[in-house]
Design a protein around this ligand. Structure first.
Ligand SMILES: [Zn+2]
Length: 83
């Protein structure tokens, strides 16, 4: 189970690195948005915003864009192109 979780994390890192040039871990380390690379300042924000960033590493602008399905015309299938 541990190896499986590690493989999943490696996969996520790989997809993130190929899609965004950096991994989510690096984005959090630098406090930047993984997509637009803008500085993400969570000072004084709601806890839910901070949790959202920890999960998605997206700034609020990119998060809203990512949630807008029209921004993702190819849908989830695009991940399969990685292999
Ligand atoms: Zn952004």
């Amino acid at each position: 189970m541990i190896n499986r979780a590690k493989n999943v994390q490696n996969f996520i890192d790989k997809v993130e690195a190929e899609t965004f040039d950096i991994t989510g871990e690096e984005a959090i380390e630098k406090s930047i948005c993984i997509s637009c690379k803008a500085k993400v300042d969570l000072t004084g924000t709601e806890e839910i915003d901070q949790r959202e960033y920890q999960i998605s590493q997206l700034c609020p602008v990119c998060f809203d864009a990512a949630c807008d399905e029209e921004q993702w015309p190819e849908g989830p299938d695009r991940l399969e192109d990685t292999f």
